[in-house]
Write a protein that binds this ligand. Structure first.
Ligand code: BGC
Length: 270
């Protein structure tokens, strides 16, 4: 394998939001292994972010941790300013930060509705807007065919309705059209915007759905491929979407879910 095949992101600078745990941490590590220098954003868990940075540096990668709450406009501006001071340019944004605050509709507080929309939808809007500004200022560099790449971390719940999670499902449904609209708006400027829609990936966010053998068995019934995903499944896809290997892909959602969106309940006839 040639060196550039192993490190398709060599020389590129990537910002990953919510990179201190779960899918975000795995994406940060995968991008670094593929040759990118990575900004490891976190909101309030500096130690966890330091661990991710350490893991990257141990493998001779380049990373810094950057604290910011992506749902705050001032924080996002400061985050990008610090990223630029650190790395000089930005080639890749992975808008990954996301939260769940579950409750049936009739019990859901306005606060929990708002929090999820603020992080999962407004947070991605603020980060995309800032990234596109910077991509346009920079233009195309020799490190990539595109002027910039954005990957939004969506969910199978941009497709699958999810009782008890109306805030989360609404935020991901909204993210779907936001991603496509921004992709349409920026394609002629050579910016690519795509989403990854993970299914059940083993992380803290869904611990209760895989933690006990009973819960795991129930969850596996929803996954035709027969295993629960791991964060690295998403990291590998993020590398591809960020690299020139996917240069003709924009406005797409790549579903990575072991078949969860294939309506497995219909497998035995309707
Ligand atoms: C949610 C997880 C859930 C998965 C599949 C994700 O977007 O964050 O909690 O396990 O979708 O339902």
């Amino acid at each position: 394998m040639s060196d550039s095949a192993a490190t398709p992101l060599k020389g590129q600078k990537a910002l990953v939001t919510g990179a201190d745990s779960g899918i975000g941490a795995a994406v940060a590590v995968s991008l670094a292994e593929a040759g990118a220098a990575v900004g490891v954003n976190h909101r309030d868990s500096g130690e966890a972010a330091d661990d991710v940075v350490r893991k990257i540096r141990e493998k001779d990668g380049e990373a810094v941790q950057l604290k910011a709450d992506v749902s705050r406009e001032g924080d996002v501006k400061a985050l990008f300013d610090r990223f630029m001071e650190e790395f000089g340019r930005i080639d890749i944004l992975v808008a990954n930060a996301g939260v769940q605050k579950d409750a049936p509709l009739t019990n859901m507080s306005l606060e929990d509705w708002q929090k999820v929309v603020d992080v999962n939808l407004t947070g991605v809007f603020l980060c995309m807007r800032e990234a596109v500004h910077r991509f346009l200022d920079q233009g195309i560099a020799p490190v990539s065919k595109a002027a910039g790449k954005i990957i939004c971390m969506s969910s199978v719940h941009e497709i699958i309705p999810w009782a008890g999670h109306v805030n989360y499902a609404a935020s991901k449904g909204g993210l779907h059209m936001m991603m496509k609209t921004v992709a349409q708006e920026t394609a002629e400027r050579k910016i690519r915007v795509n989403s990854i829609a993970p299914g059940a990936i083993k992380t803290e966010i869904n611990r209760e759905s895989w933690e006990t053998p009973e819960a795991e068995k129930k969850l596996l019934k929803l996954i035709p491929y027969g295993r629960i995903g791991v964060p690295e499944d998403i990291g590998k896809v993020a590398v591809w979407l960020a690299s020139d290997d996917s240069d003709y892909v924009t406005g797409a959602t790549l579903v990575v879910d072991g078949g969860m969106t294939l309506y497995p309940a219909f497998a035995g006839n309707g």
